[in-house]
Design a protein around this ligand. Structure first.
Ligand code: PRX
Length: 649
């Protein structure tokens, strides 16, 4: 299955090791950091490797439990239960327990693309969450274990909806508000959502996004949905028969609501992500372990202090938004800046302007974004002070050393450590990252596993690789925020993550470890591509393409892209007699229509046939090389039509 996706260690080293300097933590930073004493941290880290359960048990003391556990981990490979028998409530952890000390502290600092700011204290957020919890229970009549979909842009109400669901035990399924109607439909049907929380419009690059129209189109094919709760931002928006007005519902409920204790293993959310088949998978995260994992990593990796103004630019539609905008941060009573809009609108300086305006201290963003800022030129950030910043982070894709150095010098002015955090939707929380007070940084390396995480690189047989030897990134021991299963598909869960190597969690990433134990992540070794830090399944895009009447066959591959990490190239065999005029554009639009604009192919090449092995498997490696403009290498003797990729256009 992975034979055409071999990890070539030579590539890894060549592409990454351009910057060989090592950056130790600044002394002042270490002195004040939660983890700043290198010797004691090393001791803690080593003992956490010996006894990960003990480490996580101690970490769990920072979470509020209505009832403590009888057992920390129950492991029936590959199914885990963490904090067995414990009872907790995620919303209580993020809100109620902070009210006494931090009721007036800002929880959310929201800025719209138009520059308007709305400040939400912990008390205000709590009141709104309580009102919506009452709505969910009393008006919508949902019960613990039911599912609700949230299709909202990054705005405070999206977080209100997540926390209200969590408070009453309703599993939320947030769908990124850029997905198209069909993608919403599939996810809603799979989750069997009874309610959708949405809004009429969103704002992006000065344009209005008609979000409700997209939901309306999806809902015609989702009989499980009984009501759509619409936050109206435009007075003229009309409500349909299933629609309920958000503000109206909330105004009729009180801001009092008692959070109920739920089992630690109560599902908290499903988050759909792309895999190697055409069907996105609903990753299941549960409550107790997820909170322990996200709260602990947020505090240590971002070295969170009470006065920090923390800004993560991810949307709540992705795992980064779930873990490091909402749960991990609010569980620590942090102040989070959220921004609904484009980071380079109305001009390339917007992101830096926001940082100065709100005196943000921590910035967490994706390498693609950093590369775009870099392209805009050094003069742009130079116009801003940026002196409030003390820590920088990246996530979602490998960061090339050039971008790392730019981030370090132009944005961090050489004084801010950079935490390059490796993790996945499935891992729930950061698993590999520097800790800013103790880890010396190497540009391009996510550095070392978090305490309590046993990460390794193995070869095809599952044996540990030696230093600088390329292989597969695996995790050797369960961790609290790990996915529990794939919704409604435990077999796929086993096959995808646990069947390749007995007893090891397979991440799908290729990587190597250097002589100092630093991890260098190369990227996916399966049919998943990473475009601008967004994870897309090539098969998902292929399914969208073949659903077009003019397409007989399609194969999609990723091509290295200086800006986006990877771009999408589709090889398409049109049906006989198809009109090729404008077909490329039509097919690109069709993919946008089916999935959303994040999946728009950058290039479509028409071929007479697709190169296949004699057993009928598309030779993707060959297509990948072709897309990248490389010479065709490797063994093509198994090709049914050797050497033959005939282009029509
Ligand atoms: O390939 C890795 C890449 O993103 C994948 C996970 O994607 P997703 O589930 O969408 O979650 C993204 C945000 C956590 C991984 O399998 N990836 C993530 N972080 C890094 C990374 N690759 C290299 N370096 C990282 N820091």
């Amino acid at each position: 299955m992975f034979s055409d996706r071999e990890v070539k260690v030579s590539d890894t080293i060549e592409t990454i090791l351009k910057e060989t300097r090592v950056f130790p933590p600044p002394e002042g930073f270490s002195k004040a950091a939660w983890q700043g004493d290198s010797a004691s941290y090393q001791k803690l880290w080593s003992s956490s490797q010996e006894d990960p359960i003990g480490f996580w048990q101690t970490a769990a003391e920072n979470i509020h439990w209505f009832q403590k556990w009888q057992k920390v981990l129950q492991w029936d490979e590959p199914f885990s239960k963490w904090f067995v028998g414990a009872r907790t409530n995620a919303a209580y952890n993020c809100l109620d327990r902070h009210l006494e000390k931090h009721g007036d502290k800002t929880a959310l600092l929201f800025e719209g693309e138009d520059g308007k700011v709305d400040t939400w204290t912990y008390r205000r957020l709590h009141s709104e969450v309580c009102r919506l919890s009452n709505v969910i229970e009393k008006d919508l009549k949902l019960k613990a274990g039911d599912t609700a979909t949230i299709y909202l842009p990054l705005m405070p109400e999206a977080i209100v909806a997540m926390l209200a669901c969590a408070r009453v035990g309703v599993v939320h399924s947030v769908i990124f508000a850029g997905f198209a109607a069909h993608a919403i439909r599939d996810r809603v049907l799979d989750a069997e959502s009874k309610v959708i929380f949405t809004t009429d419009i969103g704002y992006r690059r000065g344009q209005i996004l008609e979000l409700k129209q997209t939901v309306d189109a999806a809902v015609t094919e989702t009989p499980c949905v009984k009501s759509v709760v619409v936050l109206r931002r435009r007075d003229t928006t009309k409500l349909g028969p299933k629609d309920l007005d958000w503000k109206d519902l909330l105004s009729r409920q009180t801001p009092e609501h008692t959070a109920q204790p739920f089992d630690a293993e109560q599902p908290l959310f499903y988050l759909y992500t792309s895999g190697t088949t055409g069907k996105p998978k609903g990753i299941v995260h549960t409550t107790g372990g997820y909170l322990v994992g996200t709260a602990t990593t947020a505090k240590w990796v971002f070295d969170l202090k009470p006065d920090d103004i923390y800004w993560c630019t991810a949307d709540i539609g992705w795992i980064t938004g779930h873990s490091y905008v909402v749960y991990g941060l609010l569980a620590n009573a942090a102040t989070c800046l959220i921004y609904e809009g484009n980071l380079m609108y109305p001009d390339a300086g917007r992101i830096w302007e926001i940082i100065d305006k709100h005196k943000a201290t921590i910035l967490y963003t994706a390498p693609t974004a950093i590369r775009s800022f870099m392209r805009a030129g050094d003069a742009v950030p130079a116009k801003y002070s940026l002196k409030s910043l003390r820590l920088l982070g990246t996530v979602g894709e490998p960061i090339n050393p050039e971008a790392w150095m730019w981030y370090h010098t132009q944005i961090g002015k050489g004084r801010c450590p950079i935490v390059d955090t490796w993790w996945q939707t499935e891992t729930g929380a950061i698993l590999i990252s520097a800790l800013p007070g103790v880890t010396s940084l190497k540009p391009g390396s996510a550095t070392r596993p978090f305490p309590g995480i046993k990460a390794d690189i193995v070869d095809e047989k599952g044996n540990s690789c030696g230093p600088n030897e390329g292989g597969y990134l695996v995790i050797r021991h369960p961790w609290p925020s790990m996915l529990r299963t794939i919704h409604k598909d435990p077999n796929r869960f086993k096959e995808t993550y646990w069947n390749k190597f007995k007893g090891l969690y397979f991440t799908g990433d290729g990587a190597h470890k250097d002589q100092d134990g630093y991890f260098w992540i190369k990227g996916r070794v399966d049919d998943v591509i990473n475009v601008s830090g967004h994870r897309l399944g090539t098969m998902e895009i292929e399914s969208a393409l073949v659903s077009h009447p003019s397409v007989a066959e399609a194969a999609v591959v990723g091509r290295p892209d200086e800006l986006k990490g990877q771009s999408i190239v589709a090889f398409v065999t049109p049906r006989d007699g198809s009109d090729l005029k404008d077909l490329q554009k039509k097919l690109k639009d069709h993919v946008v229509q089916e999935i959303g604009s994040i999946a728009r192919p950058d290039e479509i090449k028409f071929t007479k046939t697709l190169p296949k092995t004699r057993s009928g498997k598309i030779m993707r490696r060959l297509l990948k090389d072709l897309a990248a403009g490389k010479e065709i290498t490797g063994d093509t003797t198994t090709l049914e039509n050797p050497g033959l990729v005939e282009f029509i256009q």
